[in-house]
Ligand binder design. Structure first.
Ligand code: ADP
Ligand code: MG
Length: 318
């Protein structure tokens, strides 16, 4: 028996809610508002062939669709509350739907973020999630708060997702375990929600690295009207990426994209608090440079010499 739209919603996407006042099933979901908090809202769409390969496992796709949205909440220092799911599917394929829902719901549970509604239609595979989070009034981490003298930090490691993409494009060859490591980084990013929350009141600005570190840093520099010096070869990277030629390492770490780590700034004298926030979140953070009053970006190598090469961030229309 083919599955109809409403059976599909009931079977895979209707879950009991605890925090929301009303979940899936009516014309609107109803969320409770907490006093002293602001709602943080963000939406990210995933399009087949553009954001993911058709070969991706359905549960990895479910995970990633929510992960990239939670990453935006993390970058604001917001606590996840709820999300909606707008889904276009070529057909009601239960193998796909059960895997997709499993990956999605598992990550949602891990972050206590409830699925409260959405829309389902037939069409080319397209996933659009809207997440809702909350943050104490005035404490959201913004792109515009970086100040001259601040240290620049990044969480975890960067570049593996891009290295995986280069493997899928047959530009780089990696053996079994090494390929699994970078493929996991590309397909199952972990949004740095706990770190974002711990950085409230400590970081002066933050952004999540989705389109390449330098491109995303550029957004912070413009929003904050300042410049930066970045020690390119100090960017944290996996041992798999560190075994690649230096040029590949630089491309992947500086311009890779799909990292979903947090790039943030904090005053020098708050370094101990930054490290405490990282420990609390169970993550490493690395200082990769500093914010300068002079506009523009200065990229230095391991000897402190300028790197002339340009590394472009990702732009869907360029
Ligand atoms: P409407 O006619 O008001 O657009 P729908 O018939 O599209 O409502 O959806 C019925 C209910 O199912 C609504 O509560 C909607 O939020 C929910 N819903 C639809 N698709 C999804 C989905 N993919 N995931 C979660 N909830 C969904
Ligand atoms: Mg609808």
């Amino acid at each position: 028996m083919p599955l109809g739209e409403f059976e599909l919603i009931a079977k895979y996407f209707t879950l009991p809610v605890r925090r929301a006042a009303l979940g899936v099933g009516d014309d609107c979901a109803l969320l409770r508002q907490s006093s002293g908090m602001q709602l943080a809202v963000s939406s990210d769409m995933l399009v087949e062939g553009r954001h993911f390969l058709s070969t991706v496992a359905p549960d990895a796709l479910g995970h990633k669709a929510l992960a990239v949205n939670l990453s935006d909440l993390a970058a604001c220092g917001a606590t996840p509350l709820a999300f909606t799911l707008a889904l276009a599917l070529p057909r009601a394929d239960e193998d796909f739907l059960s895997g997709f829902a499993r990956g999605l719901i598992e990550l949602a549970r891990a972050h206590d973020c409830e699925l409260v509604g959405g829309d389902t239609t037939q069409g080319p595979l397209n996933i659009c999630i809207c997440v809702f989070g909350e943050v104490p009034i005035g404490q959201a981490l913004l792109r515009s708060g970086a100040r001259a003298g601040d240290r620049l930090y990044v969480s975890g490691t960067v570049g593996d997702a891009r290295l995986a993409l280069e493997c899928f494009r047959d530009k780089v060859g990696l053996e079994g375990q090494d390929f699994s490591v970078v493929r996991r980084a590309m397909e199952r990013p972990e949004p740095r929600v706990a770190l974002g929350i711990s950085l409230r009141g400590v970081a002066t600005s933050a952004i999540d690295v989705s389109d390449g570190l330098l491109g995303d840093l550029g957004h912070v520099l413009r929003a904050s009207s300042i410049g930066a010096t970045v020690h390119a070869d100090a960017l944290p990277r996996s041992t798999v990426l560190a075994a690649q030629p230096l040029q590949v390492q630089r491309e992947c770490t500086l311009a890779g994209g799909d990292d979903y780590e947090l790039l943030f700034t904090a005053p020098l004298q708050r370094n101990a608090e930054v490290q405490a926030a990282a420990r609390q979140a169970g993550l490493a953070v690395t200082c990769i440079g500093q914010i300068d009053a002079a506009p523009g970006l200065r990229l230095l190598d391991a000897h402190g010499q300028p790197i002339a090469q340009q590394f472009a961030g990702f732009d869907h229309f360029l």
